[in-house]
Design a protein around this ligand. Structure first.
Ligand code: GLN
Length: 456
């Protein structure tokens, strides 16, 4: 813990931690020492971790990287961070992210972006660690902590993991309680671990999961010993390669990496089969209707009364001006864009054309996966991202849709509620990490982790 705290202080330039909690860390580390001495050490006893700023942590600023939550110190702890605490993990502080987890580059954060510790060859251009869990990815990749929590609504664990050469798993929807996690799109949001290895991910995921009566979508299903399932034996497993993920203009390096991943799995005894997920091309538009729709509803609670920031009012301002000014000052551009898009697609005149249509598409996407799994496919292999980490500022200047295209391989998993894992798979010509994604059957994280273990 002390070594991590020192590393965090020395790495301020990476802007990974937005609130440091050294007193809490040292206190928990001491408690962990005592438990170890007493021979009663739970699975994460004494392991220093970072917590994404989206998780409410009792008495510690929890702002979702938004100005609107300035000064908010929750009086409660999210179930996931409580589970980690109960398993002995030591919280080092809160990690940077895109505002309300909306973004793919960490550039929408009110704290400014975290910086990827990787560089292109000798080029000094600062790169994005990805997003929204960019601080988590940076902190793990730069050895500021052993592991971190992330959340994933459309790829926010897997894309930053791929951009920084680490492992990240989004479990099945309902595996982790969402209670105490600031809501973005409630039907898509899931928490998950971001770690140095598949084994670490297995250990940490088990510690994070639980059935929680405080979250009605958290499912009552036993949590297996994921680590014990890492045998590396994947003989006879059927791995599907979906042809629809072979996108036009995808760099040939990504193609090559994908092929070599499939070969590795084949060499380990898996059977590789071509599959089709025909509705894939509609996933991104459906996601960018559903996620903003849910966000516009979830973010209605930031009204200047219940939480955080309230704008200074002029003489004669009423409650409407108070809402308007507070929300205009408190929300960044991307969040405002999402609230507007979401409100539009939910409005009476457009609900059927956009929101309802997107929900139908979502069902079709889910069905595509169900059919493939019914044919005996155990896991699906795809690239995690369409490129390696891009330069900070590069995408933000383009139109927002360019940024949204980054999520093309990851959003289907959230729409279908499936588990997905990104594992580092090598470097591109510029020397930057690339990741592969494996998608599993619902509740089969153990099997999925084991397949990822064979790829590692
Ligand atoms: N990049 C996606 C978005 O901006 C996903 C974000 C996430 O998973 N939280 O919505």
């Amino acid at each position: 813990t002390e070594a991590c705290l020192a590393a965090i202080d020395a790495a301020d330039a990476l802007n990974a931690f937005v609130h440091k909690t050294p007193e809490i860390a040292l206190q928990r580390a001491e408690a962990a020492d005592a438990r170890i001495r007493a021979g009663d050490a739970p699975s994460m006893c004494g392991l220093p971790v970072g917590i994404k700023d989206l998780f409410c942590t009792r008495g510690v600023p929890s702002q979702a990287a938004s100005r609107i939550l300035e000064g908010f110190r929750p009086e409660y702890e999210s179930t996931v961070s409580q589970n980690l605490k109960d398993s002995g993990a030591v919280m080092l502080g809160k990690l940077n992210m895109d505002e309300f987890a909306m973004g793919s580059s960490n550039e929408t954060s009110c704290y400014g972006n975290a910086v990827n510790p990787w560089r292109r060859g000798n080029d000094d251009t600062a790169l994005t660690p990805g997003g929204s869990s960019g601080g988590s990815a940076t902190a793990v990749a730069a050895d500021l902590c052993l592991a971190a929590t992330g959340t994933d609504t459309g790829g926010s664990i897997r894309q930053p993991a791929a951009f920084t050469g680490i492992t990240g798993i989004k479990p099945t929807y309902g595996r982790c309680s969402r209670w105490g996690i600031v809501a973005f799109a409630s039907s898509l949001d899931q928490a998950g671990p971001m770690t140095k290895s598949v084994r670490d991910a297995a250990i940490m995921l088990e510690a994070m999961c639980s059935h929680d009566p405080k979250d009605s979508t958290s499912t009552e299903i036993p949590v297996p010993d994921f680590e014990a399932m890492l045998t590396g034996d994947i003989r006879g497993k059927k791995i599907g390669i979906p042809k629809e993920y072979r996108m036009d203009g995808m760099p040939d390096e990504i193609e090559a990496l994908w092929r070599s991943g499939a070969e590795m799995l084949k060499a380990a005894g898996a059977e590789i089969v071509d599959i089709s997920l025909p509705h894939t091309k509609y996933a991104l538009p459906a996601y960018y209707v559903i996620a903003p729709a849910e966000a516009s509803s979830n973010l209605a609670r930031y009204d200047g009364v219940r939480y955080g920031h309230r704008a200074k009012l002029a003489q004669g301002d009423g409650i409407t001006e108070m809402y308007e000014k507070t929300r205009a000052e408190g929300f960044g551009d991307e969040v405002q864009r999402r609230v507007m898009v979401g409100t539009y697609v939910l409005s009476a005149g457009f609900y059927d054309a956009y929101y309802n249509r997107a929900r139908k598409v979502r069902t079709l996407i889910k069905r595509d996966f169900e059919e493939v799994f019914a044919q005996g496919v155990d896991a699906i292999l795809t690239p995690a991202t369409p490129s390696s980490a891009f330069g900070l500022g590069e995408m933000a200047e383009a139109d927002p849709v360019q940024m949204y295209l980054n999520d093309v391989f990851t959003v289907t998993v959230n729409l279908a509620g499936l588990p997905g894992i990104a594992v580092p798979a090598g470097l591109d010509r510029q020397g930057l990490p690339l990741g592969l994604q494996l998608i599993g059957r619902p509740w089969d994280e153990g099997d999925l982790l084991n397949t990822a273990f064979a790829l590692e």
